[in-house]
Each structure stands twice: as C-alpha cells, then as structure tokens.
Design a protein around this ligand. Structure first.
Ligand SMILES: [Zn+2]
Length: 196
C-alpha cells in the first residue's frame, strides 16, 4: 500500500499536469469532464439520474475506465459542495492510483461494513489521495489552523480537522519529532535519569 508521502508525490505530479499546481480551489467537474480528456485513454465521466443509485454516491470502474456519479452529487460538486467535491476527488484517486475493478463510494455505514483487505487498502489510498489533492501538503505549514484550511481549501470542518491531524503527523515525522510526552511523564523520566 502507498504511504502518505508516496500519495503526496503522485498528487504533486497530477496537479502540475492539470495546470493547478499551487492553486487552492479547483473545479473537479472541469478536471473530470474536460482536462483529463485525451490524457487518459478512454476515460469518461458519466452522470446518471439519482434513481439508479441505492446507497452509493459514485463509483469508479477500471473498465473504460469510467467514473459514474449520481446527478445530485454532480450538481453539488459543480456548486463546490465540500462533501461532493471530496467524493469525486476520491474517485479520481482510484483512477490515478490504478485501482482495478469497480470501487463504490458508499455512505459511511456501508463503508464500515467493508472487510475485504485489498478493498480496504485501496479505499484508504483513495481517501489519502482526495485529502492531499484538495489540500496539498506542500501548501500547508506548521501552525495552520482548521479555520485557515477551511478558508483556503474545499474541505468541511471534519475533513479539515482530519487533514490537519495528518499534516501535523507528517511534519513531526519529517522533523523526527516524537509526539510530546505528557509533562508528568517527562518529570518522572527526569527524576529517574538523575538518579542513575
Ligand atoms: Zn472508493
């Protein structure tokens, strides 16, 4: 499975190729319906009426390849609705990361019911891709707040909080900083180390 920094590298290359490198907000519909045309052979975005869908909001099919999206989700994404943009960017992740077969993006309840290991890994990768594509690591900085992330990028409050946690984790790792220990543990260790 690709880790977060491998996904960051892929995101950076794709954003450059799409001409949106260093651009905060972007039009996912334009990317999927226009910009990818001619770059990924055979790729289509198909919009189907809501009544064809049960629990899923969209899906990716490596045959084609294609992304099929519910009309209401497409409309929401066109208006910049954060959840709908995330859904379509997640499907873009499956396409870019070369996932095989059919990948559904279902409601939270159904996603939790998925146990298949490969499916689980690929869903995780697609989620990492979506979060990093929407708010690239290179455009974040230490001390950035959830409010700033929400103001600059197309992320809901919950998704922005999650993205901030991921970024802080990345930053600590990059700077080889451990998660700080609680003060009482630091005191305990200092006392112990003094006695030696
Ligand atoms: Zn998925």
């Amino acid at each position: 499975m690709r880790n977060a920094s491998e996904v960051d590298d892929v995101v950076e290359r794709v954003r450059k190729k799409l001409g949106i490198y260093n651009q905060e907000k972007f039009d996912i519909i334009e990317i999927l319906s226009t910009k990818l045309k001619g770059h990924i052979a055979g790729f289509t975005l198909q919009v189907w009426a809501d009544h064809y869908f049960t629990d899923e909001e969209a899906w990716f099919d490596s045959e084609g390849p294609k992304i099929v999206v519910k009309q209401s989700v497409y409309d929401g994404a066109a208006l910049g609705n954060q959840r709908d943009v995330f859904t379509l960017t997640h499907e873009l992740g499956h396409l870019i990361l070369g996932h095989r077969g059919v990948r559904f993006r279902k409601t939270e309840r159904d996603r939790q019911a998925q146990h298949d290991r490969i499916t689980g890994d690929e869903e995780h990768e697609a989620r990492l891709f979506a979060a990093a594509f929407i708010a690239p690591t290179a455009m974040l900085y230490p001390g950035i707040t959830v409010a700033e992330i929400r103001n600059r990028f197309i992320l809901s409050e919950t998704a922005a909080q999650k993205r901030l946690n991921e970024y802080n984790q990345y930053w600590r790792r990059k700077n080889k900083m451990e998660r700080p220990l609680p003060q009482n543990v630091i005191d305990f260790l200092a006392e112990f180390e003094k006695r030696r």
